[in-house]
Design a binder for this molecule. Structure first.
Ligand SMILES: Cc1ncc(COP(=O)(O)O)c(C=O)c1O
Length: 468
């Protein structure tokens, strides 16, 4: 891996804040001492960065007073256009996925959400009315920050019954979706300049969350065979990362699954190098033929794995329920992080979800959902196979990770697709270092087979029109 010199990383950090307006023109930069301690680097490194930025006229120095953001034409223009706008942290401006989802289009291949028509909506809503009868004071109180006691008990029984592993109630925290779980983990364990290993490609919101903490991301390539454990070990040894975030089962965006034999070895490495594994298992139940291997969490006797099992993708997406499982020593701190985030996931959601979790009807729904998703996946693959696309057919999950013909410029492809009312996720958004890679993510879960057919036919035309 080529490493960017430390002073250059500090320059990038400062430039980003100037460009987004977070540090305004004419304002004083933090002192060398403050920035060095905030970023965990030597003062000389910050001094060198300031000098480089001064030479390139991003900042200027005032005698005995420090460094200030330069006023220049570019910034001037930006100030006019952003007048009255609040100062926005750079990472928020860099969260691209929500921008893509927000554009209304006819063929939404960018969202890995289940088509609401595939969910038992009437059944779900009927039960919500009963929840109010059963708990008349439901809206009059907060939920415990750690989660509703009944639901926690329900999760413990659920993992025992369906996955054959015992999890003590003390080790369970309910979060508002896996996304909140990742955010809390990052806030609790990651500080500015900490190293974080991350699967590559990856779930793009995770990248944004860790970058927001000021983390330095080290991508670990995920292939059809899993990770290179040599790479994992050498990075753990060299960089002593705080965390390794991964989505090892029907991975978003590739659909790959880390094989069973690697799961145990990953835990051994985590213990040896004292690096917490964050296992995001949001797609565990979405398989087509065979259930996936047991979670990495189940191989961990010592508490080095934090497990996130979201149910957003297939039971009741609107309820935003996720079970975070971890050693009680870690749970203690994560509960504090959760209290700061929202003081507890809404009680109504938790009570309603408990019913679905234990319902036989929901289990039967899962069987139908798997068949429907497989048909949609096959419909997409059939149309894609007519052109020069390449992908590995996934055994589960909601997405295809598709390689485009090498002549194609991805940015142009995305824009042309949008003109045809099609949204896709370009590969660079899923790359932890935002590198341009010749891949796109297409979700087959949101549209029906006919819509998929029409949309991919149009996408094939876009592809042809851009080939040189
Ligand atoms: C890998 C992964 N983790 C987490 C999430 C977010 O899940 P939730 O809706 O439970 O917050 C997603 C959503 O797409 C995802 O793909």
């Amino acid at each position: 891996m080529t490493r960017i010199p430390l002073y250059q990383q500090v320059c990038d950090y400062i430039i980003q804040r100037i460009k987004t307006g977070e540090w305004e023109e004419g304002s004083r930069l933090p002192s060398i001492r403050t920035l060095a301690s905030q970023l965990g680097v030597n003062r000389l490194t910050v001094l060198k960065a300031f000098q480089v930025l001064k030479d390139s006229q991003y900042v200027y120095a005032k005698d005995k007073s420090g460094y200030y953001v330069q006023k220049n034409a570019d910034n001037q223009k930006k100030q006019q256009s952003t007048l009255n706008e609040p100062k926005i942290y750079s990472y928020i401006k860099n969260s691209h996925l929500s921008d893509i989802h927000n554009k209304p289009v006819n063929y939404m291949f960018s969202t890995s959400l289940i088509d609401p028509k595939l969910l038992p909506n009437r059944y779900l809503s009927e039960h919500v009315k009963e929840v109010f009868d059963q708990y008349p004071q439901l809206l009059g109180t907060y939920a415990p920050v750690k989660g509703d006691k009944e639901l926690i008990k329900g999760f413990s029984a659920y993992f025992q019954k369906y996955y054959n592993f015992y999890i003590h109630e003390e080790s369970i925290l309910i979060t508002t979706g896996a996304q909140q779980g990742i955010d809390i983990i990052a806030k609790v364990f990651v500080q500015s300049r900490d190293y974080v290993l991350i699967d590559s490609p990856t779930y793009s919101a995770a990248v944004d969350i860790f970058l927001n903490r000021g983390a330095q991301l080290l991508p670990i390539d995920l292939t059809t065979k899993g990770f290179s454990l040599e790479q994992v070990e050498s990075y753990m040894k060299k960089y002593k990362p705080k965390l390794f975030y991964m989505n090892p089962t029907f991975h978003n965006p590739t659909g790959y699954t880390v094989p069973t034999e690697q799961r145990k070895q990953l835990v051994e490495l985590a213990e040896r190098y004292q690096c917490i594994l964050v296992e995001d298992d949001s797609f565990h139940e979405i398989y087509f033929v065979k259930a996936p291997p047991a979670p990495i969490f189940t191989y961990d006797p010592c508490g080095y794995v934090i497990y996130l099992r979201s149910f957003s993708k297939y039971i009741a997406p609107g309820l935003r329920i996720c079970a975070l499982l971890a050693h009680p020593i870690l749970i203690k701190w994560l509960v504090k992080g959760k209290a700061l985030a929202d003081n507890g996931t809404p009680l109504l959601n938790q009570k309603a979800f408990l019913y679905y979790l234990t319902s036989e009807r929901v289990q039967r729904h899962m069987e139908k959902l798997r068949i429907a998703l497989q048909l949609r996946k096959e419909a997409m693959e059939k149309e894609l196979s007519l052109k020069q696309f390449q992908w590995n057919s996934p055994a589960g999950g909601l997405n295809l990770w598709v390689k485009l013909h090498e002549d194609i410029n991805i940015e142009k492809f995305k824009i042309k697709a949008l003109e045809q009312q099609i949204s896709i996720v370009p590969g660079n958004i899923c790359d932890p270092l935002a590198r341009s890679i010749p891949y796109i993510r297409l979700s087959y879960s949101f549209l029906n087979e006919q819509e998929i057919k029409e949309g991919i036919q149009l996408l094939n035309e876009v592809h042809e029109s851009l080939k040189v």
